[in-house]
Design a binder for this molecule. Structure first.
Ligand code: PMV
Length: 333
């Protein structure tokens, strides 16, 4: 019996310049450029085994069978891998996170990145970061960025170029470029109420601020990029806060309005600005959920973490640091 298998490991990432909104829903093309930081030690490990005995794809997540919705999104990615590689056969997929799904960081980015990498190599294809990033992007745009370590950009794609590189993320600087920290403040248990795809769709259709968000985003991404080039934390941080608040303001103005913040979200944001008033260079961001992530230097991370721990409504904190890109090994675990 022939087994085609591979194991992949990918880190989560956090957007410094946010993606919110799609230029093309079918191709899952972002309407705005985004820039992220890949985060250690938050890892998804995924194994893919194409097994002749299977009559359908199977997926387990952290040891339990996946829901129908989770399985469908994995099968869609496997279908794209099969179409592109011309490899036929069903796969057994086992995926686990070394961080709880409720850690306050999305597992979709690391999850779809690891799945794309493992499936591509298990299908007998040569490891190719560009192809894997473009494949992951179609499942979750943020997943395209986790292929690379450190600081990563996902530009607005031009599908008419017919070049796979136009659909992939690209690395800006490796994880050793700048020793920053992300302090995560978890402010609520459980899953978010409205997922990013549904939330973006509602925002695009109904928010009167959507066009303004799309118009403002490239400038904010430019500011993050130039701040990174100069290792200027103030420039990166102020653009990141602006990108976060503009994204949330745009989503809040949807009909019905999307409010991802909880009282503790605002308290944690205020705590970060309070640190700044005291001379500590810390800046906040928040994705489509209530948790707050603070960007700061490695030296300031203990103080930022202590301040967020002491903030009303913050349940727990953890510190993440720049992480490496995707790693894929052919064969089983
Ligand atoms: O790629 P998705 O569907 O997980 O959406 C990500 C959206 C944000 O996390 C809010 C922003 C971003 O760029 O990661």
């Amino acid at each position: 019996m022939t087994m085609h298998s591979a194991v992949a490991r990918a880190h989560a990432n956090i957007a410094l310049a946010k993606y919110w909104g799609k230029a093309d829903v079918a191709l899952n093309l972002p309407a705005v450029p985004s820039i992220s930081l890949t985060l250690a030690p938050l890892i998804t490990e995924t194994s893919v085994v194409f097994d002749e005995r299977l009559s359908a794809d199977t997926l387990s997540l952290d040891g339990a069978p996946a829901t129908a919705g989770e399985l469908r999104r994995a099968v869609e990615l496997l279908d794209r891998v099969r179409a592109l590689s011309r490899f036929q056969g069903f796969a057994r997929v086992e995926s686990s996170n070394n961080f709880p799904t409720a850690a306050g960081l999305a597992s979709s980015a690391s999850g779809f990145c690891a799945l794309a990498g493992a499936a591509w190599v298990a299908a007998g294809q040569a490891y190719n970061e560009t192809v894997i990033s473009a494949l992951a992007r179609q499942s979750s745009a943020s997943a395209a960025r986790s292929v690379y370590g450190g600081f990563v950009e996902l530009p607005v794609a031009d599908p008419t170029q017919g070049d796979v590189a136009a659909l992939a993320a690209r690395p800006l600087y490796g994880p050793d470029y700048w020793d920053l920290r992300i302090v995560v403040a978890v402010t609520a248990e459980g899953r978010k109420s409205v997922g990013s795809t549904a939330g973006m769709g509602l925002t695009e259709r109904t928010s009167p601020y959507y066009e303004a968000w799309v118009a403002a985003s490239p400038g904010l991404a430019d500011q993050v990029r130039s701040g990174l080039a100069a290792r200027n934390l103030e420039e990166v941080g102020t653009a990141m806060e602006q990108s976060t608040l503009a994204m949330h303001a745009c989503a809040m103005a949807a009909d019905p309005g999307l409010i991802y913040f909880q009282p503790a979200t605002l308290a944690a944001m205020e705590a970060v600005r309070g640190l700044r008033r005291d001379g500590v260079a810390a800046y906040f961001t928040a994705d489509a959920g209530p948790h707050v992530k603070a960007l700061c230097t490695a030296a300031d991370a203990p103080q930022v973490q202590a301040q967020l721990e002491a903030t009303n409504g913050v349940l727990r904190t953890m510190v993440a640091l720049p992480g490496a890109g995707l790693v894929v090994q052919p064969g089983g675990k």
